[in-house]
Write a protein that binds this ligand. Structure first.
Ligand SMILES: C[S@@+](CC[C@H](N)C(=O)[O-])C[C@H]1O[C@@H](n2cnc3c(N)ncnc32)[C@H](O)[C@@H]1O
Length: 164
């Protein structure tokens, strides 16, 4: 529920008021609701994308007037200089290599373009994992104290500072 009452109002409030000249590309748009919301704000063009063919099929059925396409944020294909805004709600935390993703987003943005994203908190859900023999181990996380449930122990290098 927090995404409905907190995250969505917060991320939508970051959109410019006048979208009538803007092209917005949505990354990880899932079932397409956010694209529909943005279209109803009077945007010039909105394109939804996801790496799930099933979700895209569902989104296309729900919102036949919106363009949706398969695009994997791990290997993003975006036309250069084509978008005023790249928008992504609660999807970046699935991606390990943000450098590659951000480069691709950057080259797709027009002059004065904007990237608007929300993501899970890295302590709650970080993409960075270490593959051990039997499982993937998250490199960042937290554990509640067994004796005091207001206390948490954080593991991992939260600030990403390299040790000398
Ligand atoms: C938590 S859902 C958010 C969906 C939508 N943005 C929303 O807020 O309702 C995350 C979405 O990211 C998509 N996703 C995960 N990994 C992805 C990837 N590598 N490339 C593109 N989309 C991805 C999932 O299929 C899913 O639709």
């Amino acid at each position: 529920m927090s995404h409905i009452y907190l995250e969505k109002p917060a991320i939508y409030s970051l959109l410019p008021k006048d979208l009538s000249s803007k092209t917005i590309y949505c990354l990880g748009s899932g079932s397409g609701q956010e694209c529909d919301y943005i279209m109803n704000l009077g945007v010039k063009k909105v394109i939804g994308s996801d790496n799930s063919a099933n979700l895209l099929e569902y989104a296309q059925l729900q919102y036949p007037l919106i363009e949706f396409e398969l695009n994997d944020m791990n290997n993003l294909k975006l036309e250069s200089n084509s978008n005023n805004i790249v928008f992504s709600s609660l999807a970046f935390h699935y991606i390990d290599n943000w450098n590659k993703l951000l480069k691709s987003v950057h080259q797709s943005l027009k002059r004065d373009g904007e990237l608007i994203i929300s993501t899970h908190h890295p302590i709650k859900w970080g993409a960075a994992k270490k593959r051990t023999k039997h499982k993937n181990q998250f490199l960042l996380g937290y554990q509640k104290s067994k004796t005091d449930n207001t206390q948490y122990k954080i593991w991992g290098n939260y600030l990403g500072i390299k040790k000398k």
